[in-house]
Design a protein around this ligand. Structure first.
Ligand code: FEO
Ligand code: CA
Ligand code: CA
Ligand code: CA
Length: 633
């Protein structure tokens, strides 16, 4: 543990570093209480199938749903608390690739003692796998996979509690993050990486990127090293992902603020910290513990105050062309991006749904000006358009508010994009319970978003001072379980600016609580979980839910076990547990093989000594199959 920066999650760190003032005015408390009572009434009705909760949703008990013929092709499994992976009977799993596995011939195998050499660190599979997507190109199966952040004490086992000792340690951490593109192949021995495939590629914190869109070239994007404001290095804290209809990969920069720090003396810090957006985006003097700023001046905000503006974007990567530079699309706004769910509007315009994962931040949607034409130019399709932010009304309607200089009072489209959070605040967007992944249903015009948890709900405003009252899709004070909101765009068109919404599920613990914290009626002692995070639909229209929650299996979380993956039926509301991960891990990232007979799932920051059973724990991607090699989604 770094003495300066405790070894805490990024969201906990933001809270510690940039504490929000507590609200305690009497009238606000009363107002919240009223809202909450109103909701609790709604919950009771919810359980008995009230129309208020949306058409067809949970219109009966979970048992009735099961009797009606659940579509799950597996027998749900119980919670587990051990250090391995569990899947249902009739399914198998194997490790596909682990942190440190060489992607090229001649690269040294992983060494448990050192955590791998600096020289090999950009030629191996990176750490902390997260969002991923699969592609088929000329008969080759490719996976593009994010490496979100590093467990420093695991990656640098010989440094003192993971604190980088020198520039080489920093370079190793920079190389173990970013993105990997790998070719994979299935043989009689199972799935494996094709070593030395011409498609294998590592993108790190130092890979050259091109910046395009409304903010490209703006003064706030310029640095001494790049006076044009159009060429940056690296993509950082790559959390969720997306895939375009034209076959490229989208990687989303989330907790980028933690990489920056300042070497200025404490008395000189004030003007640096006063820079616009530093407070709102959590750019501090010490960083999260990577200590890049001590060894790499690019990350020292006293020397490069605009460098933080060049991260926090969605980046497009062509997995089929290793020579092609990744592109940062500033038209999609700058915030702590979770994923980028791309879907086409009725007229072919490109719609991108995006969440900003911090307590009380917003949900966004981009709609392109031009339609996508198969085989046509895709230039501008992720930049020239309108960025909207969501406003949810308590009556289960909502609207997308456009973010422009006119609506926000901000000076230019560039500033609207660079400080998208500020723009969202200006138009009165709804503060959300940490929006994580968004997924759209291939069989219905509807979108789902995991609101993972928010212990500040009803307690504190967000970093911009926007209040976070209990209500709407964020109905529980001090929400430590999370919920999944879904919305139904009007006119069955994802480009529509109005929608209806409901909650697909409120996670909770019915063995501990008998109020709203027990969860919605589709939560039972047999399927309970907390903190939904990753999410994707399969071709059959089942929604797969991955968790990143409290796995101590006690108190409020008793009986939930390790983090896990469940399947949900959007029609009946039924939810069933499919997989559990090793203790300590988060389950995140999901995609399928081309033949849909294998499902690839990411295991991030596992505990114990998983999966090798010795030495260091290694974040890995696993492949899950049916024993009869049947379709798996
Ligand atoms: Fe990286 Fe919001 O999860
Ligand atoms: Ca996540
Ligand atoms: Ca999370
Ligand atoms: Ca994570």
């Amino acid at each position: 543990m770094n003495a300066k920066t405790p070894d805490v999650s990024a969201d906990e760190w933001d809270e510690l570093t940039f504490p929000r003032p507590e609200e305690n005015e009497f009238d606000r408390v009363v107002e919240r209480a009223i809202t909450r009572r109103g909701f609790l009434g709604g919950v009771l009705a919810f359980g008995s199938g009230a129309a208020a909760m949306g058409p067809g949703l949970l219109s009966g008990t979970a048992a009735e749903a099961q009797a009606a013929g659940a579509r799950f092709p597996f027998a749900p499994i119980p919670a587990h608390t051990d250090f391995t992976v569990h899947v249902p009977e009739g399914y198998t799993w194997q490790v596909l690739v682990r942190w440190g596995d060489p992607l090229f011939a001649g690269v040294e195998p992983f060494d448990h003692d050192s955590g791998g050499s600096v020289a090999a660190s950009d030629k191996v599979f990176g750490e902390n796998t997260d969002g991923m997507e699969s592609f088929v190109h000329r008969g080759h199966q490719l996976l593009a996979i994010n490496h979100e952040y590093t467990n420093r004490s695991v990656n640098l086992p010989h440094s003192d509690a993971g604190v980088p000792r020198d520039g080489a340690d920093v370079r190793k951490l920079q190389n173990l993050q970013g993105v990997a593109v790998i070719e994979i192949r299935e043989t009689d021995d199972g799935w494996a990486v094709v070593k030395d495939s011409p498609y294998n590629r590592r993108i790190t914190h130092n890979t050259p990127m091109t910046i395009v869109g409304p903010a490209a070239g703006h003064d706030l994007m310029k640095t001494e090293a790049d006076p044009t404001g159009t060429q940056s290095l690296g993509t950082m804290n790559n959390c969720g992902s997306g895939k375009t209809p034209w076959g490229t990969y989208l990687t989303c920069e989330e907790n980028f603020n933690g990489y920056f720090g300042s070497t200025a003396q404490p008395q000189d810090q004030k003007p640096i910290q006063a820079a616009e957006g530093y407070q709102r985006y959590g750019i501090g003097a010490n960083g999260w513990g990577y200590d890049y700023h001590l060894w790499d001046a690019r990350f020292d905000t006293s020397k490069n105050p605009h460098e933080p503006h060049r991260v926090g974007w969605v980046v497009e990567i062509d997995p089929t062309d290793p020579a092609r530079r990744p592109v940062k699309h500033t038209g999609l706004g700058r915030f702590k991006h979770e994923n980028a769910e791309v879907v086409l509007a009725r007229d072919g315009r490109v719609v991108v749904y995006m969440g900003d994962d911090e307590r009380g931040e917003f949900l966004y949607k981009f709609v392109s000006d031009a339609p996508f034409v198969p085989g046509g130019s895709t230039e501008g399709l992720l930049d020239d358009g309108t960025l909207y932010v969501a406003k949810f009304n308590d009556d289960q309607t909502g609207e997308w508010l456009p973010l422009t200089p006119e609506t926000t009072g901000m000076e230019s489209p560039a500033e609207v994009m660079i400080f998208a959070r500020k723009a969202g605040s200006a138009v009165g967007a709804t503060t959300m319970d940490r929006p994580e992944w968004i997924a759209t249903n291939p069989h219905a015009v509807e979108a789902y978003c995991c609101l993972t948890n928010n212990r500040n709900r009803g307690v504190k405003p967000n970093a911009g001072g926007d209040e976070a009252p209990v209500g709407g899709p964020n109905p529980r004070e001090t929400n430590h379980y999370g919920q999944i909101v879904r919305w139904f765009p009007h006119d069955d068109d994802h480009a529509a600016v109005t929608f209806d919404w409901d909650l697909f599920v409120m996670a909770g613990n019915p063995t501990v609580h008998d109020d709203a914290y027990a969860g919605s009626s589709n939560i039972t002692p047999g399927n309970m979980f907390n903190s939904p995070d990753g999410m994707a639909f399969d071709q059959n229209g089942l929604v797969w839910i991955q968790t990143d929650g409290d796995d101590d299996n006690s108190g409020d979380f008793a009986g939930m076990g390790n983090n896990q993956m469940l399947a949900g039926d959007p029609v009946t509301g039924e939810i069933a547990r499919f997989m559990t991960g090793p203790q300590g891990c988060e389950v995140t990232g999901l995609c399928w093989s081309a033949d849909r007979r294998s499902m690839f799932v990411g295991i991030q920051h596992p505990g114990g000594q998983w999966p090798d059973g010795e030495g260091l724990p290694r974040s890995s991607v696993i492949a899950i199959k049916r024993a009869d090699n049947g379709l798996i989604g």
